[in-house]
Design a binder for this molecule. Structure first.
Ligand code: NAD
Ligand code: SER
Length: 314
């Protein structure tokens, strides 16, 4: 069996920290190189190699991949939905050029696999809102969604045309306690737990009845690893897979927290992110992921609430 050497780009982000730690457990600490624009990350310190790297600098990225004998890349560097609406051209440039740089190098260096995440943000107001299918009308209205949609088809193109084994998941909103989220519309579902513990109150930027597809980070990490370990012949979609775990509203997450902290109070003051949330489906149909590579979630809302409140700093 070939010994893999993995590069995680965007390793200091919300997903990157936990994915890097999980990959290090599986492959060995020196087999997983963490890379990010940020100089370092305290959560990764002492756990394995870390390099400062800009994915937009293709030459330096190529040098690192050759120098470190990299065989697989997980590309997580991106600008998310809410930040993307504040600076659309920056979001488009990073989200597209970063991916094309990695796909080109993967083709040239014959990397064994690439992982690149898409998002529920590929869907727009014309997609079905409930149980949104794997294949459906896709007309995103945010720059982030447009970049994910285009990215999915670049992945499909590099697989079909050049045989680059690139795999992808349309992550729902991700909730975690280790690394903070980086500018998405679903970030309220992390902030609410932090502020419930620190202030016993929270002002939500989405309306109480805004349902969105969500997933707890341990499930997201496991989905990623399972997809990457699946046999190439079982991967039927080379664009990206819908994966689902739960769907809830701010009102429901508030009620779930109140079971542990009865004095917790939530107010709502919707802002520009409401429009983004309203353009996305409320729930996702992920039958394809379940039947192609055996996806199944573990956490529901109440299990996640218990775990978040136990692990966040008090
Ligand atoms: P994040 O913003 O928390 O982390 C992104 C990381 O990329 C940051 O550490 C940042 O410093 C780094 N980065 C930015 N520009 C870079 C560059 N030019 N070169 C190298 N590194 C750079 O994002 P995240 O939440 O961890 O998301 C990771 C991926 O997953 C993204 O593609 C995102 O679209 C996707 N995704 C995330 C969620 C979610 O809820 N977190 C949901 C759906 C999809
Ligand atoms: N959590 C992400 C966001 O809100 C979804 O891709 O941008």
């Amino acid at each position: 069996m070939r010994k893999e050497k993995i590069l995680v780009i965007g390793a200091s982000g919300q997903i990157g920290v936990e994915l890097t730690l999980a990959l290090r457990k599986l492959y060995g600490e020196n087999q997983v190189v963490a890379a990010d624009l940020r100089e370092q990350n305290p959560l990764l310190q002492g756990t394995g190699p870390y390099v400062s790297l800009d994915v937009m600098n293709k030459e330096m990225l190529h040098v690192q991949i050759i120098r470190q004998n990299i065989t697989q890349v997980y590309l997580l560097a991106a600008i998310l939905s809410a930040t993307g609406e504040k600076n659309p051209s920056l979001a488009w440039n990073l989200n597209m050029q970063g991916l094309l740089n990695v796909l080109d190098i993967a083709r040239e260096e014959k990397l064994s696999k690439v992982f690149w995440p898409s998002s529920i943000a590929v869907f727009g107001p014309s997609s079905p809102r409930i149980n949104c299918p794997q294949q459906t009308v896709i007309e995103p209205t945010t720059v982030y969604g447009i970049s994910k949609y285009a990215g999915e088809f670049w992945c499909n193109y590099y697989w079909n045309r050049f045989g680059v084994d690139v795999r992808s998941i349309r992550y729902p909103g991700l909730i975690s306690y280790k690394s903070e989220p980086g500018g998405g519309t679903t970030d309220y579902a992390v902030e609410i737990y932090r502020e419930a513990l620190s202030k016993k109150k929270y002002t939500c930027f989405l309306k109480e009845d805004t349902y969105l597809p969500m997933m707890y980070m341990p499930d997201a990490i496991r989905a990623t690893l399972e997809l990457m370990e699946a046999s190439a012949s079982s991967i039927k979609f080379r664009t990206s897979y819908n994966v689902s775990a739960m769907s809830f509203s701010p009102r429901e997450v508030c009620a779930s927290i109140q079971q542990h902290i009865p004095a917790f109070e939530m107010k709502v003051v919707p802002d520009y992110r409401q429009q983004i949330a309203d353009s996305w489906p409320q729930s996702i149909d992920d039958q394809a992921a379940r039947s192609d590579w055996g996806w199944k979630e573990e956490y529901n809302l109440d299990m996640m609430t218990t775990d978040m409140l136990k692990n966040l700093p008090h």
